[in-house]
Design a protein around this ligand. Structure first.
Ligand SMILES: Nc1nc2c(ncn2[C@@H]2O[C@H](COP(=O)(O)OP(=O)(O)O)[C@@H](O)[C@H]2O)c(=O)[nH]1
Ligand SMILES: [Mg+2]
Ligand SMILES: [Zn+2]
Length: 349
């Protein structure tokens, strides 16, 4: 079955069995662009839309999702999403703490930063929190190695914040680092690639596509200077059999309601195991091993500040969620008691 090539396995098979009905078949979303989806199915790549019920339930598939579909009079309808194995999400832009899912069912998350002006370890930490949260394995990719003067310095800076994730230096221009990268290009596995606009995500994908890129480039959108720009999330099958999701650059990488912070700050968690109190906040408690590590210089202050900042951001939105949930609950109760009162007055109960 061709599906296996797209990552279909026993996990999806078992979940699909539970959702199966007459005329329903599975497909994998390879592109999502403002409500229009494309899915790869047993009958090839099909354009499709979600059902009214899904729309009502605010249930929207994303690139990489496996979905349950049907055909009615030549139109293809998506009825449900097969439970995701992994998904990458960020805080939705704006003031609420809602999360927006950007890609699903990937095995690896490539966090890409370029080694020139875009280089910023604090941004890598942010992405790493979300990548750890995703359930996929994060890999940090430092691009444009051909432009970096002090490669080794930058590399060691990144290793310090990598929390054990592999860091790979590449140049999509010269081909440097491609061999190391190829270790992640396994047939049937999916990579999702994230990073700011201009770091070289599409250039890398085009390089991995090789000859095929020339063909695909013709149909890809270009900016005024004729450069290919990514405006949608697209899952691309590489000639080697691995899949990669290209994404438009993220301007905001907000964090809300995640558990990934500890995973992205393993070094701090290790130190914290020596704190006197188990629920130590590492801010002002006596016997705090983290504060002690700051004093001895074992822990870098910028990294510590970054940890506190991300934790605060996460808590801020988490508590806002709590408040709005409580408010909603209160309104619901008020409405209910009003209704009860009215019913009593009308002698209905
Ligand atoms: N020097 C150099 N330039 C690169 C490299 N990779 C990408 N670029 C350039 O960086 C610019 C942005 O690349 P693009 O792939 O569109 O970035 P994206 O927004 O992350 O998809 C383009 O002008 C590329 O030619 C590289 O390895 N070395
Ligand atoms: Mg791009
Ligand atoms: Zn502590």
């Amino acid at each position: 079955m061709k599906f296996r090539e797209y990552g279909w396995d026993d996990y999806f098979e078992n979940h699909f069995d539970n959702l199966k009905q007459d005329g329903r078949f599975p497909g994998r979303i390879i592109r999502e662009d403002r409500g229009i989806y494309k899915a790869v199915t047993d009958s090839g790549i099909l354009p499709c839309m979600i059902s009214g019920k899904m729309r009502l339930n605010d249930e929207f598939p994303v690139t990489g999702d496996w979905v349950v579909m049907s055909e009615t009079k030549g139109s293809y309808i998506i009825h449900g999403i097969i439970p995701r194995k992994t998904f990458f999400s960020r805080k939705e832009a704006g003031k609420t703490g809602d999360r927006q899912i950007l890609a699903a069912n990937m095995d690896f998350v490539f966090i890409m930063t370029s080694m020139n002006a875009n280089f910023n370890v604090r941004r890598i930490e942010r992405y790493l929190v979300l990548a750890k949260e995703s359930g996929a394995l994060p890999v940090i990719i430092l691009s444009k190695a051909d432009l970096a003067e002090d490669k080794d310095v930058l590399l060691s800076e990144v290793r310090k914040v990598a929390s054990g994730s592999n860091v790979i230096l590449i140049s999509a221009k010269t081909g440097f680092g491609m061999e190391e990268l190829s270790g992640y290009l396994t047939p049937g596995l999916t990579i999702a690639i994230f990073g700011s606009s201009g770091v070289g995500k599409s250039t890398l994908i085009n390089r991995l596509l090789g000859e095929e890129a020339l063909r695909t480039n013709e149909v890809r959108e270009c900016d005024e200077e004729g450069r290919h720009t990514t405006t949608w999330r697209e899952l691309v099958m590489l000639p080697c059999g691995a899949m990669i999701v290209d994404t438009p650059g993220l301007r905001e990488v907000g964090i809300s309601d995640v558990d990934g912070i500890d995973g992205a700050f393993e070094d701090i968690m290790d130190i914290a195991s020596g704190c006197k109190f188990r629920d130590c906040s590492h801010m002002n408690e006596p016997g705090c091993a983290v504060i002690a590590a700051l004093d001895t210089g074992e822990l870098d202050r910028n990294r510590y500040d970054s940890f506190l900042k991300l934790r605060k951001e996460n808590d801020y939105f988490a508590s806002r969620d709590d408040i709005s949930a409580k408010l909603k609950e209160k309104q619901k109760r008020k409405k209910f008691s009003k209704m009860q009162k009215r019913m009593k007055e009308n002698g209905e109960c």
